[in-house]
Design a protein around this ligand. Structure first.
Ligand code: NAD
Ligand code: MN
Length: 378
């Protein structure tokens, strides 16, 4: 693993070029965020690989036992198009991809997204140069409805980890259920609330609202596309950036767009858009803010901007989401386990708990001398 990481670092420029050409990434942002996050995660799990311990058990009836922790087996990993490097290596929230699975001793078949597959191929090449044996880390650059579906329903794949949309997550879960009942971890799309409370600093609020939404062209799962502003504050808004004009004649590009006077039950407020589109709404009281922030099927994360500690504490306890950022836009830490809420998925992200999800515990029993002699007390 360490050799693999060192090779990746040597080739950082090439990898950046691949993701920029293939994924429309910005060079500086890629190096600062995607590359750095992914490398930290790889190092964390590489360090954990020789610290997988077993427990010696003191059983009733004078018997001895211990646990064995074995790799879960073949892991099928299906990743989305927006953070191909982070997802491949197991960064971002995705404990479940290459790093912890490899360290647990699993073999992996990874299906990259059909739109962004250059770097995945290069990573397997580097893994081979680093001495990862053939067959341990495999990449398929194919479509979801063919290869993705085949992985989900395969009888010899022991676990599926998926990051992507709720719609596809549901299909994968159904395929797993209809085949070998393989366990899975799902990390699905987002529709985060950002609550801006009165007395918040306007420059800070604008910055966080901007970064929280328009980073990576709005193509990220932790986008705060539902912005709630406490009434007085909203009147001073200075951050309407455009009215959704189309950019260019080819493809589907729009300017960063903010909708005002939006209602909670409108489709744009309820469904993930996965593009640079924000809805701006007003609220009056703390209770109302919490209720409306929670009025969603998603539970990935939330952002709060306030100078009031009581507000920060009660909102962070009342919002049903796995990460709450207070006066900050986005930060994850590889040593900080969390679990997604509601329809955003399940299983642990990050930390050693993530590694554990690629291991299964077996209980072994050793008969001691007394029991061999047949004197087991009951
Ligand atoms: P997507 O769901 O369209 O595709 C994801 C992957 O699933 C691709 O590799 C695709 O080929 C595959 N797939 C498609 N149909 C399939 C099928 N029937 N069976 C098996 N696999 C199939 O997502 P996308 O457009 O690549 O990425 C955007 C989505 O990913 C957004 O919803 C975003 O929020 C989500 N996302 C979530 C997280 C998170 O950590 N929660 C992180 C990044 C992205
Ligand atoms: Mn898609």
């Amino acid at each position: 693993m360490i050799k693999f990481i060192n090779l990746i670092q040597e080739k950082a420029e090439e990898i950046a070029a691949l993701d920029i050409v293939n994924g429309d990434k910005l060079f500086t942002i890629f190096k600062l965020i995607d590359m750095a996050t992914a490398s930290r995660t790889l190092r964390y799990y590489a360090g954990a690989a020789d610290k997988i311990h077993r427990i010696v058990l003191k059983l009733s009836k004078g018997l001895q036992g211990y646990t064995l922790r074995e790799p879960i087996g073949v892991v099928g990993s299906i990743i989305p198009r927006n953070f191909q490097t982070v997802m491949f290596r197991g960064g971002s929230r995705n404990f479940n991809l290459t790093a912890p699975a490899l360290d647990a001793g699993c073999t992996i078949i990874l299906k990259s997204a059909e739109q962004t597959h250059f770097s995945a191929l290069y990573y397997v090449h580097l893994a081979k140069l680093a001495g990862v044996p053939d067959g341990v880390l495999n990449v398929a650059n194919e479509y979801g409805h063919t290869t993705g579906a085949a992985i989900s329903s395969h009888m010899d794949i022991d676990k599926v980890t998926f990051t992507g949309s709720i719609e596809v997550g549901r299909k994968i879960m159904m395929a797993a259920t209809a085949s070998n009942l393989k366990p899975m971890s799902l990390e699905l799309g987002g529709k985060l609330p950002l609550l801006i409370f009165d007395h918040a600093d306007i420059d800070q609020a604008t910055y966080i609202a901007f970064r929280g939404m328009f980073f990576n062209k709005g193509e990220h799962c932790v986008e705060s596309s539902r912005v709630f502003v406490q009434e007085e504050r909203e009147d001073r808004r200075s951050y309407i950036v455009s009215r959704g004009n189309r950019v260019g004649q080819e493809g589907y590009y729009i300017e960063p767009t903010i909708f005002v006077d939006v209602k909670d039950d409108m489709t744009i407020t309820k469904e993930e858009i996965f593009g640079p589109v924000m809805s701006l709404m007003k609220f009056k009281t703390l209770e109302e803010a919490i209720k409306r922030a929670n009025n969603t099927t998603y539970g990935l994360a939330a952002r709060i901007i306030t100078k009031n500690l009581n507000v920060a504490n009660s909102v962070s306890r009342s919002i049903r989401a796995s990460v709450i950022w207070i006066n900050f836009y986005t930060v994850f830490d590889v040593d900080c386990p969390c679990r997604e809420y509601k329809m955003n998925g399940f299983e642990r992200n990050y930390g050693l708990e993530a590694l554990n999800q690629h291991l299964q515990t077996k209980f072994s029993l050793v008969l001691d001398l007394i029991s061999v002699n047949g004197i087991i007390s009951t």
